[in-house]
Design a protein around this ligand. Structure first.
Ligand code: NAP
Length: 333
């Protein structure tokens, strides 16, 4: 485990020379995204942040933006309204950013929730939590990749479940979990996090100038487990209330530590070699390198190469996931 005091020491070294100057937060309206954004702004560096959020979050986010600007007058926070579970809206948000910026240093992705509810689709025909935790994220990455590649030290941080992927957790025959029995609260989240790793692992090999990180945050008490539940799921709600929620409260990082740990993941040279200098153990990517690739980081801020699983996923899943994802996203590129 990277000690919290070492994380704090590293974050205290963030300055205008090593901090992201242009950052995009998709999911920064709540939870880990919001905590990380607050920690980043509190470093006092000069930066511009695009904060993407849905219309229903606008009012409370305006208050948050005011708070951020009172913490750091050199931070410019631009609210971009978009219901990103809809890929057409996610595309529009990307187009807006592309029309304003020449480069992006940091793309931070956290949208989504534990898919404990029944399967519900967006008007574009995609299961909602899959749209948020997989397709919209990949869409943002693909659209913004040319701008990321123009940055000096670009980084994509995708928060879901890096390192938790297993060969059995992906359903390559039914990538959108549409068949009867495919979607369920034990199958969907492992499937979605594995899709993220499989896609990013391949993307990273073709774009070695961008550092990709798939983070598993451990427990952070953001209310995420409640988001996907329906009013009529009383037994599951009761089980979460009785067992899971107390466990989360007990084991969670404090909000402050969760924000600082993800700020470290966003800025430390431990991942990819550039950024805030790091004399501790360097992270290793899924290709076994310390200077490039996809880093699977866990709640301890350590990386795993997950070598028993990743090569098998490359053989079993990468071709179909890559092809299918591009087919789904094609109308929105
Ligand atoms: N928290 C944990 O302990 C934990 C553990 C493991 C994995 N994860 C995963 O890590 C990611 C980040 O977690 P978190 O706890 O920070 O998440 P969160 O606070 O519950 O939500 C993150 C973002 O998703 C957006 N969102 C949720 N439902 C939406 C919907 N139906 N339509 C549009 N946007 C929606 C939220 O927007 P609003 O602000 O507008 O609601 C928020 O910006 C999630 O994918 C989560 O599943 C979390």
């Amino acid at each position: 485990m990277v000690a919290y005091k070492d994380i704090q020491i590293s974050n205290a070294l963030i300055n205008d020379a090593n901090a992201p100057r242009v950052a995009v937060f998709v999911g920064g309206t709540s939870g880990i995204g919001k905590l990380t954004l607050r920690a980043l702004v509190a470093t006092g560096t000069s930066l511009r942040i695009y904060l993407i959020g849905r219309p229903s979050s606008e009012v409370r986010t305006r208050t948050f933006v005011q708070e951020l600007q009172s913490i750091n007058a050199n931070a410019e926070v631009i609210w971009v309204e978009a219901e990103v579970s809809l890929l057409a809206e996610a595309k529009k948000a990307c187009e807006l950013i592309k029309s304003k910026e020449c480069h992006i240093d940091l793309l931070f992705l956290t949208t989504g929730y534990a898919p404990f509810g029944i399967r519900q689709e967006t008007s574009e025909g995609i299961e909602i939590s899959q749209a948020l935790s997989y397709y919209a994220r990949v869409l943002f990455i693909l659209h913004l990749l040319p701008l990321l590649k123009k940055a000096e030290n670009p980084r994509v941080v995708n928060v879901l479940g890096g390192g938790l992927e297993r060969t059995t957790s992906i359903n390559v025959d039914d990538i959108d979990l549409k068949n009867p029995g495919s979607f369920g609260f034990t199958t969907a989240q492992p499937h979605y996090l594995t899709l993220n790793t499989v896609f990013l692992d391949k993307l990273a090999t073709g774009h070695t100038d961008v550092t990709f990180i798939h983070s598993w945050p451990g427990w952070v008490n953001t209310g995420n487990v409640w988001r996907g539940l329906d009013a009529n799921q009383s037994i599951l709600s009761w089980a979460i209330w009785a067992f899971l929620d107390p466990l989360i409260r007990l084991l969670s990082f404090t909000d402050e530590e969760a924000g600082q740990r993800h700020l470290y993941i966003c800025t430390s040279a431990a991942f990819g070699g550039c950024g805030v200098p790091w004399s501790g153990k360097a992270g290793t990517s899924t290709t076994g390198r310390v200077d490039e690739g996809l880093f699977l980081t866990n709640y301890k801020c350590e990386s795993t190469t997950n070598t028993k699983v990743i090569p098998a996923l490359r053989a079993k899943a990468t071709p179909s996931v890559w092809k299918h994802t591009h087919e789904v996203l094609k109308p929105y590129m």
